[in-house]
Design a protein around this ligand. Structure first.
Ligand code: FMN
Length: 245
């Protein structure tokens, strides 16, 4: 199985919780023999889609820009499955990730068809099978709902086929030393999910529940710890500034 994993976090690997989750998931996929190519969008030169529609009229299937998206699209077209990984930013994907999708518009035809009574653009090639993964700072899992609705909206119009959705709230606490053991369980479950995906073509509901397990005991503790962290970070910066002056 050929898999392309697209990471839309602007943060580097050591701090990015998306990267943390993705690394475990990819490791599981590779253990079962999948060939996985990881693309960190932050390392690529991918210009914003300008809506010129050259990819639909002038050079069908090919964007007018000559940047890194050309190779990314080739890898997407050759893959059996895509992992879309993005942090939650304002209840949606990062701008960088969204631009990756916008720039994949050459994969669609301009012509409009009816699918289950809904208007859509047919894809030029095979359908895009997606495992969607996201992390979010907040405690409540329903922060992911608008993004999940958006994915299902695309699926109903035949643009993608969702194989699995993996959401990890309370993400910033994944680097807290006190929670090391719980986080190790989460990451082991993400690895397990990768193995299941390649072995069975799907991910067990129980494995997804384990990935999404609470790592902070309750909402009030979450609020207290988060606010304590921000006060500490502001104070630390204030002290650094004072030292410099
Ligand atoms: C601009 C911005 C918007 C964000 N919006 C949300 C949000 O809507 N809901 C949420 O739970 N977390 C939100 N967060 C927190 C991130 O999802 C969280 O820090 C996550 O760990 C970032 O992923 P990364 O570590 O892979 O970069 C936001 C962070 C930033 C910088």
């Amino acid at each position: 199985m050929r898999i392309i994993a697209v990471n839309g976090s602007p943060r580097k690997d050591k701090v990015s919780k998306t990267a943390m989750m993705l690394e475990s998931f990819i490791s599981g996929c590779r253990q079962e023999g999948a060939a996985v190519e990881l693309i960190n969008l932050r390392e690529k030169d991918i210009k914003m889609c300008t809506g010129c529609y050259a990819c639909w009229t002038k050079s069908p299937g090919e964007c007018a820009f000559r940047d890194d998206m050309k190779d990314v699209l080739t890898a997407v077209r050759e893959a059996d499955l895509e992992i879309w990984a993005t942090p939650l930013y304002f209840f949606g994907p990062t701008a960088m990730f969204k631009n990756f999708l916008d720039r994949s518009i050459p994969m669609a035809e301009p012509f409009i068809i009816k699918k289950d009574d809904l208007c859509s653009h047919p894809l030029r090639g095979k359908s895009r099978h997606i495992v969607f993964m996201s992390v979010a700072g907040f405690y409540e899992s329903d922060h992911f709902q608008p993004m999940s609705d958006w994915l299902h909206f695309m699926e109903r119009r035949g643009l993608i086929k969702i194989i699995a959705e993996i959401y990890r709230p309370e993400s910033e606490f994944m680097s807290a030393p006190q929670l090391k053991e719980r986080v190790a369980e989460v990451l082991a479950s993400a690895e397990q999910a990768g193995r299941e995906l390649v072995r069975n073509g799907s991910i067990d509901k129980k494995t997804i529940t384990n990935i999404q397990q609470e790592i902070i005991p309750d909402q009030q503790t979450y609020i207290d710890l988060a606010n304590k962290y921000w006060s500490w970070a502001i104070e630390r910066n204030r002290k650094h500034r004072e030292k410099r002056n």
